[in-house]
Design a protein around this ligand. Structure first.
Ligand code: ATP
Ligand code: MG
Length: 331
């Protein structure tokens, strides 16, 4: 049976990289009537220094943002990772099936640890917890941005290793990447990097709650390159290509078709067209978020119901795992 799972960290505010790379795909899968489970993965957000009040605020903001983007709690299971303790239990078991060199070579770990003097163990174990998130639900499809491919490969090998050692348990999940164009949305100030919640410079990302004039400003100041022509070339021209990718995902035309349509404009003028499309697309979503964030009781209720649904699956898998690995299940 097919089951979709994915997660997002409440490290900061949902940005357009998250939206175009992952969340828009989640909404599409949900609306195709698949069984879909989405988690706000707060245990991942504590792997780097953070503020407790901020985290709490961000969890509610993320819940509101996902609902405003189209995640319907009636159709999807939307829950908070820390409320389902089996995630961390399974991650321990999986951690015993991989090695330190395997984790040390992962690019996200290398990047996020590079600026730290003392690297927290949690940051290193992060991909193992992520594999547990996915396998706990026996997910068959995982829609993520392409920055997560290496982590998904680890999840694949952990599923295979577990199955081989303890008997067939986990399906090997298929990675779903946004297809019609490059799914990696770049940092607007530094197009060699991806847009990230945790990047210290907020001007590099457009957050889903940004006011229209901020969106226009950020697009206008986005770093492109010294060619003024509009061409789609994610490898060599990541800046302008990110603008084209976002535009394409909004209007439904291929990036190449947009280039043709705007062949008389330079990148400076084209930025205004993109900014306008973004403002039009995200203004109603921002307004919906502002409305939802006023009802924490409702958001809490959504998370509680999500937790109950997630828990049914998680506790079953955990019982199965516990008995297969030779520990004695508690009931
Ligand atoms: P952080 O900086 O805290 O890691 P993030 O912006 O990378 O935050 P995550 O919560 O780690 O966001 O990822 C949520 C989902 O969004 C993942 O599926 C990830 O692949 C996707 N994603 C994140 N950034 C981008 C991006 N720039 N382009 C496309 N997809 C992205
Ligand atoms: Mg990330």
């Amino acid at each position: 049976r097919e089951r979709v799972f994915s997660g997002i960290q409440p490290t900061g505010t949902l940005h357009l990289g998250n939206y175009f790379g992952a969340v828009s795909k989640w909404v599409q899968l949900q609306n195709e009537n698949r069984e879909v489970i989405f988690s706000i993965v707060d245990m991942h957000s504590i792997t780097l220094p953070y503020n407790t009040k901020e985290l709490e605020k961000n969890v509610f903001l993320m819940t509101a943002s996902l609902i405003a983007c189209g995640i319907d709690p009636e159709k999807s299971t939307l829950f908070l990772q820390s409320q389902v303790p089996e995630h961390t239990q399974l991650s321990w078991v999986l951690g015993c099936l991989t090695t330190m060199p395997r984790l040390g070579q992962l690019p996200q770990f290398k990047e996020k640890s590079s600026t730290l003097k003392d690297v927290p163990l949690g940051l290193y174990l992060y991909p193992v917890l992520q594999a547990a998130d996915i396998l706990l639900y026996k997910a068959t499809k995982v829609p993520v941005g392409d920055d997560q491919i290496q982590h998904l490969q680890l999840a694949h090998s952990l599923a295979r290793t577990f199955n081989k050692r303890f008997g067939d348990t986990f399906p090997v999940p298929e990675v779903l990447i946004q297809q019609n164009c490059s799914s990696r949305i770049r940092n607007l100030r530094d197009p060699m990097k991806k847009m990230s919640k945790s990047h210290p410079d907020p001007r590099g990302r457009i957050e889903i709650t940004d006011e229209p004039d901020i969106i226009v400003e950020k697009v206008k100041k986005s770093v492109t390159d010294c060619t003024s022509q509009i061409t789609y070339d994610p490898e060599n021209r990541p800046g302008v290509s990110t603008l084209l990718t976002m535009h394409s995902l909004i209007c439904g035309l291929l990036p190449e078709e947009i280039c043709e349509e705007n062949s008389l404009l330079d990148t400076g003028r084209y930025k205004y067209i993109v900014a306008e499309a973004l403002v039009e697309k995200f203004t109603p979503i921002r307004q919906e978020i502002l409305k939802l964030i006023e009802s924490p009781e409702y958001l809490n209720k959504v998370l509680q119901e999500g937790q109950q649904k997630a828990n049914l699956i998680a506790s079953n898998t955990w019982q199965e795992v516990a008995s297969k690995i030779g520990t004695i299940p508690s009931n």
